[in-house]
Design a protein around this ligand. Structure first.
Ligand SMILES: [Zn+2]
Length: 113
């Protein structure tokens, strides 16, 4: 397991590398919480990982997390379903599915209203 610090996003795991925003170094509590979440992910994407992101509320309920996201515009890239990393594109399947569901819900509401 390797840890790399980058200038955007919050935290993510690709293969055996965990990428964390370098600004988290100044926020040890949030740093460790995000690290803990990323460590729960498997190296290759599976349904379990998706379930983890939808059920691991510990991180999503942290005010520190959202404070960090809203005060660091570059952290918002973590919500992009397609990212470019190490000169190749990768797709966040969990986010893709999430946006499809959201799109479906909004589409249905549009028809109802
Ligand atoms: Zn996750």
């Amino acid at each position: 397991m390797k840890v790399k610090y980058i200038s955007w996003g919050t935290g993510m795991k690709i293969g055996n590398t965990i990428y964390l925003n370098q600004k988290l170094k100044k926020l040890p509590r949030l740093h460790d919480a995000i690290m803990e979440h990323e460590l729960k992910h498997s190296s290759s994407w599976s349904g379990k990982d998706m379930l983890l992101d939808f059920t691991d509320f510990e991180l999503g309920l942290k005010i520190d997390y959202w404070k960090f996201v809203f005060t660091n515009p570059r952290a918002w890239f973590i919500f992009s379903p397609i990212i470019r990393m190490n000169k190749r594109w990768s797709i966040d399947i969990t986010l893709m599915i999430f946006y499809l569901i959201m799109g479906g819900v909004i589409g249905c509401l549009y028809f109802v209203i």
